[in-house]
Design a binder for this molecule. Structure first.
Ligand code: GUN
Ligand code: FE
Length: 431
């Protein structure tokens, strides 16, 4: 027996507009997939006629959030260490913290809190960087599995320009990665999978990049990395990979640029050939506006990416970014586009429906049929009780807008992933 939920339903099939069903119904089958939405019960799919209706009353029902780029082991550094640009920031603050994840007890304490906090803010799917450490990464996959939430979890490949304790040889990397792949195949559900994760070109020798590309092709696993985030980084890549025509080309040579589904974080300075290649290959941009502010990287041309037809999602990029809420990320993305608009009036700034679509249906497409309430989509959803924000007869769209701009985890009353209600993930006692 499936489920039927009644609430004010808002989602985006297309980026140009919201679908709004006041006191609408959504039917979900036993596999957790949406059968349909309708304004009244009689119009819903026939199989649901006898299903009991769960009535959420005056609450809003929206697709859950997807975070396309986040570093779980940077959780302790969230909200601190904002005074350096990318390369010195990595060396002084980030790498020293990631080294601690050789200790699985520390990793468990931190990773459980991290996953609980993703849950809090309504993020049901995430593309996550872990560290080089195989056992801590294995733990993180299991914590996601236990939570019921979906994640692509990346053991990070890095073997140059980093402290000794964060360097792993190519053979050891491949062995560790293959053991995680075997583990996922034998004992994890499809919603938790490994993702091939070369940190970025400055951290990976050509041999490491080649190994990453080979693993991605052999096991048909997606790829994530960083691209064209910071000017000094781009200059360093030019120096390190003299034969490459652009930063993206340095990945492309190793099968790491859309030959298999790929997410590249930032792309602040992407243009020309790099942009064309991303478009051709369907490489997805993880736009991380707070991170770009905090690490002083620049402002990604998000409107241009949309106009060019690039695939785009949003990422919190903890701890370059300080904010785990993808709702807040929509606000920042709109604000970044308004700053671009100030400088160049031919490109209109992002609308709310565009930002919402980017965070839900567009980002969700990396995980399968996720991020909408169209038939066949996995029912990833949030129930929002915004009564404390709704004090003057706002319209449903105004209520959603106010929740996006002003709300937080206190208004999120229920969370669903693949049709199942997700309860608060366990953290370790005393933590
Ligand atoms: N580039 C390589 N590693 C990182 C990281 O941890 N954070 C960010 N923002 N950029 C990176
Ligand atoms: Fe990052």
């Amino acid at each position: 027996m499936g489920k039927v939920y009644k609430a004010h339903i808002l989602y985006t099939k297309e980026k140009e507009r919201f679908e709004v069903l006041e006191n609408g119904y959504v039917a979900v089958d036993t596999n957790g997939r949406v059968l349909g939405v309708a304004a009244d019960l009689a119009s819903l799919n026939i199989q649901c006629k006898d299903t009991e209706v769960t009535d959420f009353g005056d609450r809003l029902l929206i697709p859950a959030m997807n975070d396309l780029h986040v570093h779980a082991p940077q959780y302790r550094n969230q909200g601190i260490a904002m005074d350096l640009e990318l390369l010195p920031w990595l060396l002084n603050y980030t790498f020293p913290e990631e080294i601690k994840y050789s200790d699985t007890a520390y990793a468990e304490r931190m990773y459980r809190r991290f996953v609980r906090d993703l849950w809090r803010f309504g993020t049901m799917r995430a593309c996550v960087f872990a560290t080089i450490h195989t056992e801590s990464t294995r733990l993180l996959m299991h914590i996601f599995q236990e939570s019921g939430m979906g994640a692509l979890v990346g053991k990070v490949a890095m073997n140059r320009n980093c402290p000794e304790a964060l360097c792993e040889g190519v053979d050891a990397y491949v062995e560790g990665q293959e053991s995680l792949i075997a583990e996922a195949n034998s004992s994890l559900p499809p919603r938790v999978r490994p993702i091939i994760t070369p940190r970025f070109i400055p951290s990976c020798t050509p041999a490491m990049l080649r190994a990453c590309g080979e693993l991605a092709a052999k096991y048909q696993l997606p790829v994530q990395s960083h691209l064209s985030e910071n000017r000094d980084e781009i200059a360093l890549v030019r120096e390190l990979e003299k034969d490459s025509t652009c930063y993206g080309d340095a990945y492309d040579r190793y099968g790491l640029f859309g030959q298999i589904p790929t997410i590249m974080a930032h792309c602040v300075w992407t243009e020309g050939e790099e942009l064309e290649l991303m478009k051709q290959r369907g490489v997805m941009v993880a736009h991380c506006p707070t991170s770009n502010f905090n690490v002083a990287s620049g402002m990604a041309p998000i409107r241009q990416f949309l106009n060019e037809g690039l695939r785009v999602g949003l990422g919190s990029d903890i701890s370059g970014g300080h904010d785990l809420s993808i709702f807040r990320m929509m606000v920042y993305a709109i604000q970044v586009s308004k700053m671009h608009y100030q400088q160049n009036h031919e490109r209109p700034f992002l609308t709310l429906s565009e930002a919402f679509w980017i965070a839900t249906k567009s980002a969700g497409s990396f995980f399968g049929r996720v991020g909408s309430f169209e038939p066949g989509y996995e029912f990833d959803a949030l129930v929002i009780d915004d009564s404390d924000l709704n004090h003057d007869n706002y319209s449903l769209l105004e209520r959603l807008e106010r929740f996006i701009y002003l709300g937080d985890d206190r208004q999120i009353e229920h969370r669903f992933c693949q049709g199942r209600e997700i309860t608060e993930p366990r953290v370790l006692v005393g933590n």
